[in-house]
Every structure is written in C-alpha cells, then in structure tokens.
Design a protein around this ligand. Structure first.
Ligand SMILES: [Zn+2]
Length: 246
C-alpha cells in the first residue's frame, strides 16, 4: 500500500499544524520545510503527543526526560522561528495507538487552531526499513491525525461534547502532508534553510549529541532527495506525500 501521487500543494494556506508523536520527529523530517513556511509568513504551530520519555542514549534518570525533551523541542522550534509549541498530556512514549481518546484530543486541537494544512507522521509503514520512520508511535499518530481530519474535526456529531461544552466548532483541514512514508514524491528545497534545521536538531541534545557527524548524516539523506527531484547539484531537499482532504 502506497500513497497516491501528490497533488500540487494548496496556494492559499495561512495556518499549519505539525502534529507528531515525539520531540525531534518534526526536526528530522521537516524542519527545513517548516523554516521556509515561517519565512513565507505562515502561522505554524507544533503539537507533540508525547514528551519522548522513552528516548535518549545515556543514563539520564527517566523521570527527568520529559522535561528535558520538552525544553529541547521548544529550543528546536525557536531555531526555525516557530513560537507555538504544545504537548498533549497522558500519552507515554512507546504506548501510542490510534485510539478514540487520541483522536478526540487531536480533534480538539484542530478545531481550536483551525489549520489549513497538517503535517504529520506517515501512517504507512516502510517495510524495507523497520527502524526510525516506522516506529509504531509514528504510525499510530499518522493514523489518528488522518481520522481526526476526516471525519472527526469536521463532523459536529463526532465528540459532540467538544462543541457543546468547549465551543469548539467543526473545522475542515484541507490538506495533509506526511513525512517518513514509503514513497515521498513532493520535494521541498531546503538548501537555504538547512543551517536552521541543523541548529534545530542540535537543540535535541539528548537525541543527537552522541552522533559523531550529524551534518554528514543529514546531507546523506537530503542530497539524494534533491537529486531525485531534479534540483541542481549540491542542493538539499525534504520529501513528503501530500493528500487533499477538502
Ligand atoms: Zn519519533
């Protein structure tokens, strides 16, 4: 199962919500693109489902990890110019499923923030590489976000208490961008924002400080994506799958 061919992105987007499982998902997958959106004047908000309490590569006490990773994500957001960073409560790293409570929380966020576009983890697994993008939390968030976009957020009768008790009126998100999926076919040239992406990833100290050559690792990933998209030699790109959800 793959995504269909991406349509051209919407030209009139004003607000973007980036909804991901863990701190650093946005930055590995899309920080260069997010920086471009910020430069273009789009309002970008981050919503993290967990605080990444099962991540890290050292003996940092586990009970300290959520606060550490929340602070790292806020610093990473600042590196690309994103000011609004929110975290859901009650979801543990490594335990996510596309559950009704998660769909409800995502629906509430969508109705409150009213994004035209959502960027999220891919709900489709890459079978050729089981680690990284195909972490079960990523697949779960990609699926839950997709369910929240359709039908939940736009349907008054889904989670009716959101409208009745919190005044959160239905909202239709018109476009989803997925990162980490099997066949990304929409490339964004991040050559001009790459240094900010690198700074954002370096802000995730608990996740990247142990990597000897983060810069080289990233270039190895983003150069082929640029070449595949026909960009000039030496350019860097992030690639996505886009679906229209209007
Ligand atoms: Zn992750």
């Amino acid at each position: 199962m793959n995504f269909p061919t991406s349509p051209p992105p919407l030209a009139d987007v004003q607000r973007v919500l980036c909804a991901f499982a863990h701190p650093d998902d946005i930055d590995f997958g899309a920080a260069g693109t997010v920086a471009r959106w910020v430069d273009d004047g789009l309002e970008v908000a981050y919503l993290l489902v967990t605080r990444g309490d099962a991540g890290g590569f050292d003996d940092t006490p586990r009970d300290r990890m959520p606060a550490i990773r929340e602070a790292e994500q806020r610093a990473a957001a600042a590196a690309v110019g994103v000011k609004q960073v929110e975290f859901l409560d009650g979801y543990g790293d490594g335990t996510l499923t596309p559950s009704l409570p998660l769909r409800r929380d995502l629906t509430a966020a969508i109705r409150r923030l009213r994004p035209d576009r959502i960027l999220t983890n891919s709900p489709l697994r890459r079978w050729e590489r089981i680690a990284g993008p195909s972490h079960p939390d990523h697949l779960a968030v990609g699926e839950a976000v997709t369910c929240a976009v359709y039908p939940d957020a736009r349907n008054r009768f889904a989670f009716p208490e959101l409208a009745l008790e919190q005044g959160l009126e239905p909202w239709t998100v018109r476009e989803i961008w997925y990162t980490g999926g099997p066949t990304p076919d929409h490339a964004v040239d991040i050559t001009g924002t790459y240094e900010r992406k690198l700074a954002a990833l370096r802000a995730h100290v608990s996740q990247t400080a142990h990597l000897e050559d983060l810069d080289g690792l990233l270039r190895q990933r983003h150069r082929p994506a640029a070449m595949a998209a026909g960009l000039p030699d030496g350019h860097l790109a992030e690639a996505f799958s886009i679906i229209s959800t209007a």
